[in-house]
Design a protein around this ligand. Structure first.
Ligand SMILES: Nc1ncnc2c1ncn2[C@@H]1O[C@H](COP(=O)(O)OP(=O)(O)OP(=O)(O)O)[C@@H](O)[C@H]1O
Length: 270
């Protein structure tokens, strides 16, 4: 199985609102895939459908080969999920939070202890084992939440705005940990508003109004749009889609730009 995630025409309708509209994409095993889009564009709804928390209105999908409609119980066992709220128990210590999540996944006591040692070292939480979660600063809380999401050794990690409200140094450290996990074969699906961070992703999918508007590697996006900054590219996409007229003219413009570049290339080769 080469792809960890495959979705086709995935759709979610809430009453009169289509929050996610026929999106299709794949995530390769071990890949870091970033889903980027403004507030309300459908990122969390997409993630919730993949994790089996909500049922799609339409479309199909698999996570690690399991059907998101019929086999979500298997998916829940194999997925590590971290939300921007960090879902920690403030009155519990670092150790107790990790124990709690280990127990939820039905892990044996010895396995929890072994895994806790690894995760405390990975998350740089050594010395903080007995500190209550609520006393930790943002960066520590974030790393503890990541540890809790990883306690059961998930094959796929889903991070919904994991760096929101965390200082820049902790954010950078966090991304190093994500890159290390990916190098070890863990598949990562991440949403973020911090455009500069998105460049760590192997591929970035832009989502807007519930639709995927483009998926490419950071370099692929730069090449496609003739720009070298993810934020500018993102703004360009959103601006164009806010005004369909501009979108058409931009497409023409882009086509002409490509033609003119080709002509220039042909000319240079002469
Ligand atoms: N349970 C729900 N019932 C009704 N509408 C919902 C529900 N969940 C999400 N929505 C709506 O669906 C749209 C997409 O929301 P979603 O949370 O997926 O966006 P998002 O891209 O994750 O945004 P944010 O970054 O603000 O979390 C929004 O208009 C939201 O209000």
């Amino acid at each position: 199985m080469e792809n960890a995630v495959e979705v086709t025409n995935l759709t979610k309708v809430f009453g009169s609102l289509t929050a996610v509209n026929k999106i299709s994409f794949q995530i390769k095993r071990g890949e870091i895939f970033g889903l980027l889009g403004p507030n309300g564009s459908g990122k969390s709804t997409t993630i919730r459908m993949l994790c089996g928390v909500i049922t799609p209105t339409d479309g199909t999908g698999t996570v690690l080969g399991y059907d998101i409609l019929k086999e979500s119980e298997f998916i829940k066992q194999k997925i590590g999920y971290m939300s921007q709220h960090f879902s920690l128990y403030g009155d519990l210590t670092v150790n107790e939070n990790l124990d709690f999540y280990g127990n939820i996944f039905g892990m044996k006591k010895n396995d929890i202890e072994d895994r806790k040692r690894e995760l405390i070292a990975m998350a740089n939480l050594t010395g903080k084992e007995n500190a209550q979660a609520r006393t930790l600063s943002g960066g520590w809380k974030q790393r503890l939440a990541l540890g809790c999401a990883l306690i059961h050794n998930p094959e796929i990690l889903v991070l919904d705005e994991p760096t929101a409200g965390v200082d820049p140094v902790s954010r950078r450290e966090f991304w190093h940990m994500i890159a290390d996990l990916s190098a070890k074969g863990v598949t990562v699906l991440v949403t973020t508003h911090y455009m500069d961070e998105a460049t760590v992703c192997d591929r970035i999918g832009f989502i807007y109004n519930g639709e995927i508007i483009s998926i490419n590697s950071p370099e692929g996006h730069y090449k496609e749009m003739g720009m070298d900054n993810i934020e500018d590219i993102f703004i360009q996409y959103v601006t164009e889609l806010s005004d369909q007229k501009n979108l058409v003219s931009y497409k023409e413009l882009n086509k002409n730009r490509k033609k003119s570049e080709k002509r220039k290339g042909d000319h240079d080769n002469e």
